[in-house]
Design a binder for this molecule. Structure first.
Ligand code: HEC
Ligand code: HEC
Ligand code: HEC
Ligand code: HEC
Ligand code: HEC
Ligand code: HEC
Ligand code: HEC
Length: 368
């Protein structure tokens, strides 16, 4: 895998120098597809193997890996290609350098540092040595390739255990991504396709506003906007309320379903951290102090705006799984967004150098 991207660049150079007109006329198809896997008698797949399904020039991991530099957005013809796996350590947290890990995090750490630093996915790492199923969830037999591990060689595991990338179209369209765009970041019902459904994209998926730079350079006004919900959902196959929290709980269901002693109205005691739950707007509670959006500890919105804003509103906005986790991986155990083991100390003030995202919402717990 490690030499793939050098070959991508080499092959593209060749292709574009021989066929400048084709690239212009055929739009972007040529960036990703090959019709015969042959040009001037040479294979057009990036790894020079045989023809690939859907006439693609590589597979998910092959395209979305950068094994030559720490850059996290690279050019593939005229397409900007977001990198989710750098084999050289990217910058974290993202600061706007070309080497900043994107919103989902990066698979570098699970590959290089250990199983607890990310989802173990096929093509990047073997099965997790500590976890024999998704904590809080897990189904056997044909369901195991997604619900017990994402590192199975079976079709539908790996990246495709979560993503339903039927569209692969350009970003930057106005307004929230929904069904017509292949859902937010292609988070449609991967399960439906994994189980053989004919039109999986018709099932409810995740909605959201997509930052065109995939949060390589996030600020309080420039960021993804995630959909959350205050509906107290229990088991449901799909993200019926289009929230990113429902998507995570699809495989980790007990971490949502069993988070309060009284699931009916959440009036009981928290026994797991709340998720898809509204920040209380009680002026006596610390949550009203979280006013300005912090991309390190995002909240989700019940109603998606057309452009991102810096406002966080208690009584409306929602804490969710990715308030604390990066879905691909991070430099910290449990793929947490910040160094929870070392930087979250009660009554020690938060700092930009060693940030603790818990303090974004628990605004008084750093003693100030
Ligand atoms: C950025 C990369 C990229 C570009 C550009 C691209 N595709 Fe695709 N295409 C894909 C991927 C990835 C899949 C496989 C999706 C999957 O397996 O879920 C795919 C699948 C397909 C399919 C089969 C599934 C379907 O939707 O019917 C067709 C047909 C297709 N592409 C045609 C095209 C055409 C024509 C163009 C140019 C107008 C194009 N693609 C441009 C990446 C791309
Ligand atoms: C031939 C190269 C290629 C292959 C193969 C490919 N991708 Fe992509 N992918 C791209 C490019 C280029 C983009 C950026 C498209 C854009 O936003 O203009 C992209 C974008 C994405 C995005 C982000 C969409 C967004 O909203 O910005 C996801 C998620 C993704 N790919 C997942 C996958 C998965 C999963 C597979 C395997 C089924 C896959 N890709 C296969 C090239 C590829
Ligand atoms: C398709 C099923 C699936 C979905 C969806 C899913 N996970 Fe997982 N998750 C797993 C499996 C399987 C494991 C255990 C093996 C591993 O770590 O890869 C796991 C492990 C984890 C771990 C522990 C990592 C470790 O190795 O210690 C965390 C944290 C996690 N998931 C968070 C999330 C979050 C957050 C989301 C939503 C963005 C999510 N998961 C969505 C299947 C899933
Ligand atoms: C456990 C589920 C899961 C798995 C497995 C997974 N992704 Fe993702 N991916 C997500 C989520 C959730 C997001 C949205 C992150 C955000 O916006 O905060 C995402 C975002 C992305 C993006 C947009 C860039 C970014 O960081 O936001 C790309 C590209 C992508 N994924 C490709 C892949 C590829 C390629 C693989 C396999 C190597 C993969 N994903 C495996 C859940 C997953
Ligand atoms: C290709 C990967 C994949 C396969 C195979 C798969 N699932 Fe899933 N499953 C997911 C994902 C991803 C979600 C969450 C996203 C969604 O809402 O569709 C999910 C969600 C679920 C949920 C919703 C949980 C809840 O409480 O809301 C149930 C139940 C479920 N799956 C059962 C199964 C069973 C049973 C099988 C086998 C017959 C199976 N899945 C096979 C990926 C898969
Ligand atoms: C407030 C922050 C926060 C939220 C919200 C959160 N988590 Fe976690 N998660 C953590 C921390 C911290 C850990 C480390 C273990 C612990 O402290 O219990 C963890 C651990 C995990 C693990 C690893 C468990 C293991 O046995 O290794 C999984 C899986 C996980 N979370 C999934 C989720 C899912 C799914 C959601 C949403 C339903 C979620 N988390 C919401 C902070 C959070
Ligand atoms: C995005 C906002 C957010 C983040 C980030 C966050 N929390 Fe919370 N936390 C909440 C909300 C909201 C509640 C529930 C408030 C309520 O309804 O009483 C809560 C509840 C709690 C509780 C239980 C309080 C009780 O009354 O039972 C603890 C403990 C806690 N959080 C610890 C943490 C830790 C530790 C972290 C960092 C790993 C963290 N939280 C990160 C929003 C957040």
């Amino acid at each position: 895998m490690r030499w793939l991207n050098l070959l991508i660049l080499a092959n593209l150079g060749l292709l574009l120098s021989v066929l400048p007109a084709l690239a212009a006329v055929s739009g972007n198809c040529v960036n990703c597809h090959t019709i015969h896997n042959s040009q001037n008698g040479q294979p057009m797949t990036f790894n020079a193997t045989g023809p690939m399904p859907t006439l693609l020039r590589s597979n998910c991991v092959g395209c979305h890996t950068n094994s030559s530099t720490t850059e996290t957005i690279i050019m593939l013809g005229d397409s900007r290609l977001p990198i989710v796996y750098n084999t050289i350590e990217p910058d974290y947290p993202p600061t706007g350098t070309n080497n900043s890990a994107l919103a989902g995090g990066n698979f570098y750490w699970v590959a290089e540092r250990g199983d607890e630093f990310g989802h173990n996915v096929f093509g990047i790492s073997g099965p997790d040595s500590n976890l024999s199923k998704a904590p809080g969830g897990g189904f056997n037999s044909s369901c195991a390739k997604c619900h017990k591990t994402l590192a199975s060689a079976e079709t539908g595991s790996g990246c495709e255990g979560c993503h339903l990338p039927l569209h692969h179209k350009d970003d930057g369209q106005a307004g929230p991504a929904g069904q017509g765009d292949g859902w937010y970041r292609f988070l449609g019902s991967a399960m439906e396709r994994g189980l053989g459904a004919s039109s999986p994209g018709d099932r409810p998926g995740v909605m959201g506003l997509e930052d065109p730079n995939w949060e390589q350079d996030p600020t309080s006004t420039q960021h993804n906007v995630y959909k959350g919900t205050d509906v107290i959902y229990s088991e449901a196959y799909y993200a019926n309320h289009n929230s990113i929290g429902e998507f995570c709980q699809g495989c980790h269901y007990d971490f949502h379903r069993l988070m309060n002693t009284n699931m009916v109205d959440l009036s009981g005691a928290w026994i797991r951290h709340p998720s898809d739950v509204i920040l209380p707007d009680d002026p006596d509670l610390e949550y009203v102090g979280y006013n300005t959006y912090n991309p390190l500890a995002p909240v989700a919105k019940q109603t998606l705006p057309n452009i991102p804003t810096d406002a966080v509103v208690a009584g409306e906005d929602v804490v969710t799984c990715i308030s604390c986790h990066r879905p691909h991986g991070s430099p910290y155990p449990d793929m947490l967004r910040w160094d929870y083991l070392n930087d979250c100390t009660a009554s020690v003030p938060d700092s930009n150098a060693n940030p603790c995202g818990c303090f974004a919402c628990h605004t008084t717990k750093d003693g100030f």
